[in-house]
Design a binder for this molecule. Structure first.
Ligand code: ATP
Length: 338
């Protein structure tokens, strides 16, 4: 596919997510630092266009190195990286980075520039016309839930940590990149704000559908956000690459089993949907105050509803109307690895 910088540039684009997302293919990618450290010994991984993949693993396993090799902030010492079908190890790294969004912990906003100027950074570098930049910045601020009139003129120190982080995401999306790389993007904010940011971020991703690679230390974050999770061990070795439910349900190696921990069963409930076909009928004698969960909730929600009531059975509702029910046994069957 065509991912030349010009496609994201001055061609009159101002619509979020208009440019197609590109797949990422790592083929035997390696990094040996000058001091001899073999940070990544040959990693092959494919990320589908529009997919959100999380890299997780212990400290020093090479996650950040892998991420930064994708936009060549770190030059690989072997292997190939493709964006779509284009080998990025052969293109100019500066131009490459302008079409790959990059978000880090603590954001790295320019402190002496307003929110508006920060978000406009890459479109300016790409030479977009002023009015196009302006409408693009407004559009992005609205998309991340910050009113442009209120927040556009503020400086980073006049924002909360969570707001700064959102501006960082807006800045990374400004030139409609084909790929977004995120290194511990939410770890600097407190747990409550972090959960909210993660939810907002998922809504944003549902809208823009970028190809995203996100590094985290936090397994709950990985499970919540990832379409797939890649677990790395030392040397960037790929232990398992699976959707969250499969990773938690069937760890592929002893390393992964230990890494996901003894409470993986509980974590798995969070990503287990309440499938309509697995429900039992609504009991005819259901009490009006029987515990209920929506059909688009999770097995975790259903268990929580059971545990906080004296009832033996939880109703499952669709648009407020009961469409089925689950008792404990049925719920555990639903959550058991297939
Ligand atoms: N510039 C460098 N020179 C030499 N070794 C390095 C350099 N940068 C990283 N390393 C080493 O490469 C390995 C992988 O580091 P990397 O930062 O990619 O790991 P990580 O999984 O992201 O770790 P963390 O979770 O702690 O951020 C580590 O052993 C690290 O010490």
């Amino acid at each position: 596919m065509d991912v030349t910088p010009e496609t994201s540039g001055a061609g009159g684009r101002a619509t979020v997510g208009e440019q197609r997302a590109a797949s990422i293919t790592l083929e035997g990618v390696r990094k040996r630092y000058p001091d001899g450290t073999e940070a990544v010994r040959g990693l092959s991984l494919e990320v589908g266009a529009g997919e959100l993949v999380v890299l997780i693993g212990p400290s020093g396993s090479g996650k950040s190195t892998v991420l930064r090799m994708i936009n060549r902030m770190i030059e690989p010492t072997g292997g190939r990286t493709l964006l779509g079908d284009e080998d990025v190890t052969r293109v100019d790294p500066v131009r490459l980075r302008r079409r790959i969004g990059y978000v880090i912990q603590n954001v790295g906003l320019f402190p002496h520039q307003t929110v508006r100027a920060n978000v406009a950074t890459v479109p300016k570098l790409l030479g977009w016309p002023r009015d196009q930049i302006r409408s693009r910045v407004d559009e992005l601020l609205e998309l991340i839930g910050l009113d442009p009139g209120t927040f556009g003129g503020r400086y980073p120190h006049e924002l909360s940590g969570g707001q700064r982080q959102r501006v960082g995401v807006a800045r990374a999306l400004a030139a409609d990149p084909v790929v977004l790389l995120m290194d511990e993007p939410f770890s600097a904010v407190d747990p409550v704000a972090r959960t909210r940011l993660q939810e907002e971020f998922l809504r944003l991703q549902a809208e823009v559908r970028k190809t995203i690679v996100l590094v985290t230390h936090d397994l709950d974050e990985a499970v919540r956000l990832g379409d797939r999770i890649a677990v790395l061990s030392e040397g960037g070795h790929l232990e398992q690459y699976d959707p969250p439910a499969a990773l938690l349900g069937t760890p592929a190696t002893p390393f992964v089993r230990e890494f996901v921990g003894a409470d993986r069963g509980i974590r798995r409930l969070v990503v287990t949907p309440l499938r309509r076909e697995a429900l039992e009928p609504v009991p005819t004698d259901a009490a009006p105050d029987a515990p209920a969960v929506p059909l688009d909730g999770s097995a975790y929600d259903a268990l929580a509803a059971l545990l906080t009531s004296a009832a033996e059975r939880v109703l499952v509702t669709d648009e407020g109307r009961p469409v089925g029910s689950l008792d404990r046994r049925r719920l555990f069957d639903l959550a058991r690895p297939q």
